[in-house]
Design a protein around this ligand. Structure first.
Ligand code: DAH
Length: 339
């Protein structure tokens, strides 16, 4: 009898299957009504009294082993079949991809540089930490000019400052190239201003420069009109008001007809119908000379505009601070913008 238990135990241990039917068959033949183990329970009465206790114990162990074997074979089978069955539902609509967005200043800068590169302007850049010569002296700023004042300029050392405008790049381009020169220089500039909705201590400018033989004020006007129409639409008009910059003579301020009211008058243009967008002028002969370009042979024009200013007009954003606060509620509104 004990031998039967041993033999059946070995059979149970050996049994392997990965078919549900075979496992069920195995269960029936060992634990079913007429199963080998069940029958052994029936033979219990034939066991001598002094061995009954031990026999009962071993028989129970055998029954449990057998049940455990069946359970473990079944659970192995169900994990295997789960992994081979695909859970993917190919009919579910795709998840929308979260695309990043380009910064509005980048978008406007690229639009501006694109407009000028279409008419042959190259793109040039210069350092944000600039020396007095490139930022002021070569550009014909008199020594006592208020723009050199500690109020406006972030000085790093005596003669070194954060550039206050991208006009410094003009100087670098002219020092290193002979005309014809047609270039635009986008970049960040710094001024020592209290931060408010209307002013910031850093912002972006795009400088333009055209130097060649016989370049006239009329050439400049036509180029700026082309730019304005490309940027604001074909109905846009410009007007030039006399102004002063140390590095240009004559100098002008460029206004565009108000992009909001088309010149009729609204609170954005303060009911004037015009919005100021840039400064410009004919490059002062002193500047050409400072950069080793002969003013008797060459002439040229320059202009400079604020990227934030243009962005404000295009996007109707009133508060300058939004451009540098990295608030994604603001930035994500530009996510579908391309140019
Ligand atoms: N640099 C000037 C500024 O920051 C802008 C400017 C005016 C640039 C006239 C020019 C120019 O090249 O001709 O306000």
């Amino acid at each position: 009898m004990f031998e039967d238990i041993d033999n059946i135990n070995q059979e149970v241990e050996k049994f392997q299957s990965n078919s549900l039917e075979e496992i069920e068959q195995f269960r029936i033949s060992y634990l079913g009504k007429k199963g080998k183990i069940t029958l052994l329970f029936g033979a219990f009465k034939e066991v001598p009294v002094d061995q009954k206790k031990e026999f009962g114990k071993q028989l129970n162990i055998l029954k449990n082993n057998c049940q455990e074997k069946i359970n473990s074979l079944k659970s192995k089978l169900s994990t295997n079949s789960n992994s081979s069955k695909s859970n993917t539902d190919y009919t579910i609509p795709g998840q929308p991809m979260n695309f990043g967005s380009r910064h509005p200043i980048t978008l406007i800068r690229d639009r501006i540089t694109n407009i000028f590169s279409q008419i042959g302007f190259s793109i040039s850049e210069g350092p944000e930490i600039e020396d007095d010569w490139h930022n002021f002296t070569a550009l014909n700023f008199p020594k006592e000019h208020p723009a050199r004042d500690m109020q406006d300029t972030f000085f790093i050392q005596d003669e070194i400052a954060l550039r206050t405008h991208t006009s410094s790049v003009q100087v670098r381009v002219m020092e290193n190239n002979q005309p014809p020169i047609r270039t635009i220089s986008p970049g960040r500039v710094y001024r020592n201003e209290a931060i408010s909705a209307r002013a910031h201590c850093f912002f972006h400018q795009i400088e333009g420069l055209y130097i060649d033989k016989d370049v006239s004020f009329a050439d400049m006007k036509k180029t700026l009109l082309y730019f304005t129409k490309s940027m604001f639409g074909n109905e846009a008009k410009i007007r030039l008001r006399p102004s002063y910059f140390p590095f240009t003579e004559p100098s002008a301020e460029v206004d565009v007809s108000c992009t909001i009211c088309n010149g009729k008058g609204c609170n954005v243009c303060k009911y004037s119908g015009w919005l100021e967008i840039m400064g410009c002028g004919m490059v002062d002969p002193n500047v050409l000379e400072n950069c080793n370009i002969d003013p008797d042979v060459y002439s040229g024009y320059a202009f400079g505009m604020g990227v934030e200013r243009i962005a404000q007009l295009i996007y109707q954003v009133n508060d300058l601070r939004l451009y540098s606060e990295n608030d994604w509620r603001f930035l994500k509104q530009f996510s579908s913008e391309t140019f």
